[in-house]
Write a protein that binds this ligand. Structure first.
Ligand code: HEC
Length: 97
């Protein structure tokens, strides 16, 4: 599965695909979803897709990622935050660019 996803990603826009891969890896490394899972008591994705979700625009997505990053001292650099935002937007939120 992962290999297929990587192949598909490399066929698409290479720079953007690299960002998405990096964002996905960061979300795993920083254990974002382990914490979200405890909050929603559901599947890790539920927090992004819940009915009363906080994030309703790309700008809000950026500030929420920045907030989780700084509040929780996850120590991501700004370009890493951008990659995480791209990944979450592409995968769950689908706001226009
Ligand atoms: C220690 C716990 C914790 C960690 C770690 C954490 N978060 Fe969160 N996150 C939360 C909580 C709690 C909320 C819900 C905030 C609310 O409802 O006000 C949230 C909400 C969010 C939302 C908004 C969901 C919505 O309502 O649409 C996003 C996006 C998000 N987090 C991204 C991240 C990312 C990316 C990381 C990792 C880099 C991360 N979070 C790490 C606790 C955490």
């Amino acid at each position: 599965m992962r290999i297929v996803a990587l192949l598909l990603a490399s066929l698409a826009l290479p720079a953007m695909a690299a960002d998405l891969e990096a964002g996905k890896r960061l979300v795993e490394e920083k254990r974002c979803e382990a914490c979200h899972h405890e909050k929603t008591m559901g599947d890790a994705k539920a927090i992004y897709l819940r009915k009363d979700r906080k994030v309703s625009t790309l700008a809000k997505l950026k500030s929420q990622v920045a907030l989780c990053n700084s509040e929780l001292n996850l120590q991501m650099f700004p370009d890493e935050e951008e990659q995480v935002v791209s990944y979450l937007n592409e995968t769950y939120y689908k706001f226009g660019k």
